[in-house]
Structure formats: structure tokens, C-alpha cells
Ligand binder design. Sequence first.
Ligand SMILES: Nc1nc2c(ncn2[C@@H]2O[C@H](COP(=O)(O)OP(=O)(O)OP(=O)(O)O)[C@@H](O)[C@H]2O)c(=O)[nH]1
Length: 841
Amino acid sequence: MILRAFNLKPFLARHGQRLFHASPRWRATEDYKDVILKTPLNRVRNIGIIAHIDAGKTTTTERMLYYSGVTGRIGNVDEGDTVTDYMTQEKNRGITIQSAAVTIPWNKHKINLIDTPGHADFTFEVIRSLRVLDGAVTILDAVAGVEAQTEKVWKQAKDLAIPVVAYVNKMDREGAGFGRTVKEIVSRLGTRVVIVNVPYFIKDRMTGRSIFEGVIDVFDKKLLLWNSPNGASDGSKVEVIDIAEDSKYPEVYQEVLKCREAAVEQLGEFDEDVINSFFETEDYMKVPSSTLKKALRKACIEGYATPVLCGASFKNIGVQPLLDAINDYLPSPLEVKPPEVTTSAIQSARSKNKKQTVQQDNSLPIKVDPRDGLVINNNHNLMTALAFKVISHPVRGIMVFVRVYSGKLQPHSTVLNSRTGEKVRIGKLLLMNADIPQEVRHLSSGSIGVITGTDHIVTGDTLVCHSVSKNPNQLPPKEKSARLLPIKVPPPVFSVSIEPASVSENRKLETCLNTLLREDPSLHLSYDEETGQNILSGMGELHLEITKDRLINDMKVNAEVGEVRVTYKETITSPTGYFTGVSPDGYEIEISVDSFEGPIEDLDLPEEGVFYLEQDDNIVIIEPDGIPSVVKKALDAEIWSLPVSYETIINGILSGVTGALQMGGRHARLPLHWMIVRVRRWMINPEANNVSPLIGITRTTILDALASLDDKTATLLEPIMQVFVYVSDEDLGPVSQDLMSARNAKITGIEDETSVSSSDAIHWAKEQAEKTYVPHDPTLGYMKKTHVSANKIIKAEAPLREMIGYLTKLRSLTRGRATYDMEFVGMQRTPPDRLRKILEQ
Ligand SMILES: Nc1nc2c(ncn2[C@@H]2O[C@H](COP(=O)(O)OP(=O)(O)OP(=O)(O)O)[C@@H](O)[C@H]2O)c(=O)[nH]1
């Protein structure tokens, strides 16, 4: 039966022992440690909570920690004392900025849960968390329904084939609509749904309003009440009432019947057992709960349908069934697809179209078994772990968060960083509960933990080792180069200048900036030669504001930070001819430079020798015919005979290209973007043991080629945003007018909010939403008549620069009634008249 948590209280009484000291309300014991370490992999859930800002992620996580017995008191976001929002900036602002991991024991399962930020500026935090998770809970605000960021994180989860459970929160709020939100989940997120529980309201005798009191469990046919006279205000006690036809809740019985009918119909199309079971009695109420749960688990994991639950976490209602649903419907690490591991020899410059490297045969993906790390079709035991986050802790030093995908990671062992080829000595291994560490004897496959004691790992690195001998040297070359899919960093769109207040402060500023950059790969640092300033770029105004806050208030750096500005890039509009660079010590290179526009996937690129430089979206083509014969011979031979490796040579050329393109374009010395550098021919000194001269001539030859171009062939690229403005009918005219005239926006559509409004909405979703059964929403009836709802969505594309300060303008145009969201869609070449305007300013 549901709601039987792994109860820590008896253990606490027995041991009275505290494992953790950092949080006064932390109450886990040695038995908790047992749950953490000994739970078998099939009962582990690696889960993220993803949602639009303020949907209630942190509030829900707090209740999960409390009901599972991990904490002794419920923290409150609005009072800044939650477990997961432990950074000063999070406490002060009441928002989540960085993802925090907590481990929750529930019903003999171990839930590793990551609370992610909702604000669009911290999307990278969500992306990197999703990469290491096996499932997710999407929280929705029952009043707001599906919001822009919900669609975004949903898409991110689906792109990674992560199964999702939906939780409609804030059912206690005026205007909450469970049925309406479920319809939106179907129509806007494009998924089938199966309702696991529905809200239960009682009528307030005085006001006649419906008060949210509990949920009706559709599969187990129970009514769960939290605020009943027998209940406790902290929500830890739940009154469970059986629902039968003759019980005193006939309306609840009818609701269960309708929802079960819908569930049997939906799941019956997916799983024969459900249909067979139904035909045995032809009674929807008699299909066993276990049959429905089993089918829904499979349907959820395979992405066929989304289980939907509801609650009001702040009122302590509905959280325990959500924990049950995580165990019941989301996969263990054993049930997800084995991680795909590429083994291309040259990984630092990945090609987007996967045709890439010169060593074609070596770039085939391999698959590892998550149980023992056995490389499928090859008898090697491979430990693979992905570093997805790096932080600098004032006491513990550098902490690298990893997810182990196969084999076992041991403390104080040596592993190989397959990006650099370097051996890395590992210190201690920790499991983290928000900011509270716990040292462990190993991290096994499926675990998420922390490595200490090394600064040779960055976000996205793969660590490999022989899982049995624990010696990376025992791995064959292919496994040594194994890399899990790296984490793509979105491009920064805003920047600020940073200068030390005095020369003596320079060093400290540099060290602290390096720390921040290491922690957050979505921050970029460049140097403006003309002004002599450091330029820090990030994902948004809030992102940079928080970084500044950390630098100045936490790290106590005395620095001057400029105004937030939009980040531009430069590019060229016509190609150069071929240029040759020669060095006196036997190196040579022949290069031309061109640019491209549009998705890389659409380009007609050669089959081999294509490298993608991710940071600025540039491409390098090293023509295979241009490989010098001495290198060709070495490549063909069984044993490599040159003093430097092939990877080092290629990486040398690539770093020369990167250096030149980073030095910037004509107009503002900004990094060059969307460039194609073709290397027709090159030569190395076969006896030399370094490639510095090759890097040097590559850089200078590209600069010579660029210098040969006319000023008119250089232009700026500016960030373009997809904008969604939510307005009422009466504000539609002035808002559209302002977008087009004052903001240079291109309106791409105006839609009814009630219709299928997502850009990728499909006919199927519309039809599916129409036929999906949802319960009646009693709370919508008494919505204030004066409330002007935003019933239209204006979709537009606008330059980011014109959207700065838009909220104030929008509010004044609509008397505060409209809202908007925007997300980065890409960079765009600026037309000549706009280029002039931007340069002048
Ligand atoms: N009425 C009501 N308010 C809620 C409920 N859950 C959360 N809230 C409130 O909603 C606000 C946002 O809650 P959070 O838990 O911080 O939301 P979040 O999704 O973690 O927010 P970010 O991490 O900043 O994106 C807070 O003021 C909560 O008290 C609920 O069930 N009912």
C-alpha cells in the first residue's frame, strides 16, 4: 500500500546518533547511511525536479526531505531556510540558482533528487543536471498551467528521452484548475496522460468556496485526507479512506470510476495485460491496481504516457503520493538505455555531423553495461563517470560532481581523464545532501557523488578506469579514449566589463574569476585589448548580477563592474583566398577563411577531417589529402613513430585557429563566429617534440588572410530572442505596435492561449486533448469577474538589445496586466543600417 515510507524514527530513537552537523534540523543516522549505501541498483531513482520559476520545486523538495525523516523540520523558501537553496544569494532572493542534490530514502528505495533552478538564466544548470538523471518530476502551478519554461524543460527532458511524472501543485490557490492544466499538458506538451490522483475539495459552509483537502487515489481506490480532524498540520499523517460503491462518498466513487475508465482505455492500447484483465470482468473498478501500475510504469519509461498527480506542497498535501509515484513510475539506472560512449581519438574538437575525424574506424560508439561496466561485444570492464559540475568549496576545496555510469569508482584511485589523456589521482568520495557531505567507500554504477582532491577535471569530462584491476593502463586504447556525450554549453548573450579597483587587487580578481568560470561553464571571460578590461559574459541579466554579487560580496573582491550589455560577435561576408604560413624550423600551413549562415547540419561538409569549435560555432576542415606523407606513413604503421602524437598535431592546428578567431573582427575586435577555416596543406618537423611553431603560423596566417579583406565584408552578429507576450484582447493592438516599431520585432504569430499554442504543437495533441477525460474544476467557478485574463499570446522574434527593460514598458502599456517570456534562438547578421546604429552607440 502507498504511503509507507522508510521510517527512520525508530532508528533515530535506537541510535540517537547524528551523522551530520552542518544543519541543526538534519536528523539522519547510521541507518540512513545504510539505506544510502546498500540499496540495490533496481531500487535507486536518479531524479530531477524541473519546472517554470516559482512552481514550487524547492517547497516540494523540503516536504520530501521531511516526510522521509531526513530532516526534522520543514524549511520555508520565503524565510530562506530550505535545505536545497543554501547559497546566500538563493536565501536572499528566494529562488534556486544552482542545482542541489539530496538523497531521500522512501519505501525501501533511494531517491537521488536534484532540485533545479526555474529561471531561464540558469538553463545550463538544468541541462547539466538532466544529462545525469534517469527521470524527472515536472511541477506545474495549477493556476498558471503550462508556462514557457515548463515547455522548455519538458522539451529538454524529452530530447534526452527522460521519462517524466507531472505534479500539478498549488491546488489550494484561488483559480487552480487541475482539469484545465491536464488538458494543457496534453495539448501543449504533446503527451498522453494517465491521471494517478485527482483533487478532493470540500465546500466551505461560510463562503461556499471549494477548499482543497486531499487527493483521490484512482488506482488504489482511496481518498487521502490531510487536513481532516485526525490529521496533523505538518502533513505527516494521512487519513486513508477506502472508496467503494456503497461508501459515504458516492461522488468520489464516480470520479474514480471515470478516471479508471480513462486509464484502462489509455493503457489498454499500450499493454495487453490491461485489456485482458478488463475483459475478465468488464468492470473498470476491478482491474487490479498492480496491473495498472505496472502498465503505467512501462508506458512512462517508454515515453508513451505521463502519469499526472496533484497537490499543494505548501499546505503539505499530496507530497507522499508523489514520492510513491517516483518509485512506481520512474526508472532505475538499470532500466534506462546504456550510455552511449564515443571513442573517437580526437575528441576536443567534435564534429557536429558526426562524420568527422580522420581516424574514422576508431570513432564508433561502444555500449557499456551499467551493472558491471562490461563493454558490450568486448570483454573489458570499464568504469565510466561523467563530471557534470565543479565547485570550489571554501573548506573542502574543489568538488567535482560525477555520475557513475558503469563499474565502481574508488577513492584514492587513479583514473584517466579521456579528454586530456591525463591520469587523475582521486581524493575522497562523498555523497552530498545539499551542502552536507558524507564520505563513502566507493561510488557504484548509477550513483551521483562528489570527487575531491583534484583540479584536473572540468564540466563535461569523462573519467575512465579498468573496473576490476583499477588500473587505467590496463585499458585498451579505444576504451582509454571513451567519452560520454559531453554537455553542450549555450552561448552567452549579455556581458559586463570588470576591472580591479586597484592594481594590487588584480591578482585576487583573476583567481576569483577563474573559480567562478570553473564552476559555471555558461560564464565566459574575454579581454578587450582596446579598453584593457575583462569582459564577463553570461546567460542573462540576473545571471551576471548574481555572479557580481558572489564576486564582490562573497569573495570580497574590490572590483568595478560595468553596466550589463548585449554580447555581439563578428563575422565576414565573403571568403579570403589561400594564404601560406612557413616557419624556419620546418612547419608550413596553407589556409583559407570563409563564413557560413544557418544550421551546421544543413552544410555540405566533406566526409572526413571536419572539426567543430563549439565556443564560437566555427568549423575547421583539415583536408585529408593535405596530410603530409611522413604523418600518413606514421598513421598507417602499427606503431606511431613521431615524437608528438597525431592528436597533439591536430589540436595544435585547432588551437592556432581558435586563437586567431578569438582575436576578433574588424568592427569591435569581438570573437569571430560562424567561420569556416580550410586547411589545404600542412607540414611538421618530423623530429621536433612540440607543435608550438605550428600553432603560431596557423594563427598568423589566418590573421593575414583576414587582413586582406575589405572593411565592408565584416559585420556584427547579434542575439535574437523568441518572445512570447501574454496579453488580453484589448491590449493586443498597442503591444503589437510597440513590438514592431520600437523593438524591431518580427511578429510570427498571434494565438489564443486556450488553443494549442506551443510552437511545436501538433494536430495529434489537439485531438488527444479533446478526448482526454479530466475532472471538473470546481474552483474556476468563482474566479473574480474583474480579472482580465491574458488570453492571447503574441509570438515574435526580436533583437535582444531592443528587449532590455521591456517589462517596464509592457507593464505601462497594459496597466500591469501583461507578462512576457523570452528565450535565445540564435545569432543573426545585422543589416547595414542597424550595424551603423549599434556601432555608433
Ligand atoms: N499557495 C501555494 N503556494 C505555494 C505552493 N508551493 C509553493 N508555493 C509558493 O510559491 C513560491 C515559490 O516556491 P518555490 O518552492 O521557491 O518554487 P521553485 O519552483 O523552487 O522556485 P525557483 O527555484 O526559484 O524556480 C513560494 O512563495 C512558495 O511558498 C502551494 O502548494 N501553494
